[in-house]
Design a protein around this ligand. Structure first.
Ligand SMILES: Nc1ncnc2c1ncn2[C@@H]1O[C@H](COP(=O)(O)OP(=O)(O)OP(=O)(O)O)[C@@H](O)[C@H]1O
Length: 325
């Protein structure tokens, strides 16, 4: 469905010189500074997958998305979107894909939202009946009627993002590229967008590639995550494997009825450690790679009568931060 083969992208910017008349000299200079934004990236995304594409600021995420969607031409390497070259066969390729850039709207700023949909339907040759059906479905899922007649420039950020999502899906592409679709949104607005994306993927089988700085987006939505660092892929696999690879401990909170007897731990060091003990509640950090959950619960059960127990996985944001160090 999506195929990237040895993608490279370098940007040449005029080298800025110091001193008097430097601006004029820079203008006529033949010296360039070369920035390798993407370095030898290859991957395949099969149909129906929901992939997170993450990495620190300036890592090359947007540049990759722009190459995948045909906005930028790779310096070398190839992209195929359902077998099409999105740059050379742009007309055909755009029919297959939808794009949302969280930082920039593709809607007409001064027009009411519904007028933008009319223009897009015309551009993508969506028959009137299909346009109506799709907008009815999106209207319900994304609560569009609330701002149907409002010019785009007057929408709140959350409304604008919902309007943009509907616009990207109006021609019913099988593939959706999202660059920071939840940026700047509050928790409630983020949940609405996530729910819509989940439905697109699960119920309608859409293939989605998402870049985000919000690790909750990734954990809640993506079956697979790719990490890019300094222009190169440093991880491609499941969220669970990424967690495991970094090996941060899980935190277990256990409350005992009538207190507990903590055993004296033997050497060599245990795979768990008691972080705090307040009243009858213990907080314990455990490496669940070394000791399975059931084994640990069994062990904790020998310390006293368990009244309550909860396990939190390591914070995913922290996992990714450590991975990108
Ligand atoms: N048009 C351009 N001209 C010159 N350099 C560019 C251009 N576009 C991107 N870059 C540089 O390429 C690198 C990768 O940028 P890119 O926008 O792809 O990163 P990103 O991972 O999307 O970052 P962020 O998370 O901050 O959006 C950065 O160093 C950026 O400054």
């Amino acid at each position: 469905m999506i195929e990237a083969r040895h993608l490279y992208k370098e940007f040449k910017t005029p080298a800025v010189k110091g001193g008097r008349f430097s601006g004029v000299r820079t203008l006529f200079s033949r010296e360039y500074r070369v920035k390798e934004a993407v370095r030898d990236i290859s991957f395949q995304v099969p149909p129906g997958e929901f992939v997170g594409y993450i990495g620190p600021n300036g890592a090359g995420k947007s540049t990759t998305i722009k190459m995948l969607t045909g906005i930028l031409h790779p310096s070398s390497g190839e992209v195929r979107i359902r077998g099409l070259n999105p740059h050379r066969e742009r007309r055909k390729a755009v029919q297959q894909l939808g794009v949302v850039f969280g930082q920039r709207s593709q809607l007409w700023w001064d027009l009411p939202v519904k007028d933008s949909y009319d223009i897009l339907a015309h551009m993508y040759r969506v028959p009137a009946e299909l346009k109506k059906q799709r907008l009815e479905r999106f209207a319900e899922l994304l609560n569009l009627p609330e701002f149907w007649d409002t010019p785009v420039r007057k929408l709140s950020l959350g409304q604008r993002m919902r309007a943009d999502l509907a616009a990207a899906m109006l021609h019913d592409p099988d593939l959706l590229f999202l660059d920071e679709p939840t940026i700047g949104l509050d928790v409630h607005a983020k949940q609405g967008i996530r729910e819509f994306l989940r439905q697109l993927n699960k119920e309608y089988g859409k293939t989605i590639l998402l870049t985000t700085h919000d690790m909750d987006d990734i954990e809640q939505l993506c079956s697979r995550v790719m990490v890019i660092n300094h222009g190169a892929l440093s991880y491609d696999g499941t969220v669970a494997e990424l967690r495991e690879r970094i090996g941060l401990p899980a935190v277990i909170t256990v409350t005992y009825r009538g207190g507990c007897q903590i055993p004296v731990l033997e050497q060599p060091g245990p795979v768990y450690r008691i972080v705090s003990a307040e009243g009858e509640t213990l907080r314990i950090e455990a490496d669940l790679r070394a000791m399975g959950v059931m084994e640990l619960i069994k062990e904790l059960g020998t310390w006293g009568e368990i009244a309550d127990l909860s396990i939190e996985g390591p914070d995913f944001e922290e996992v990714v931060r450590r991975f990108s160090e």
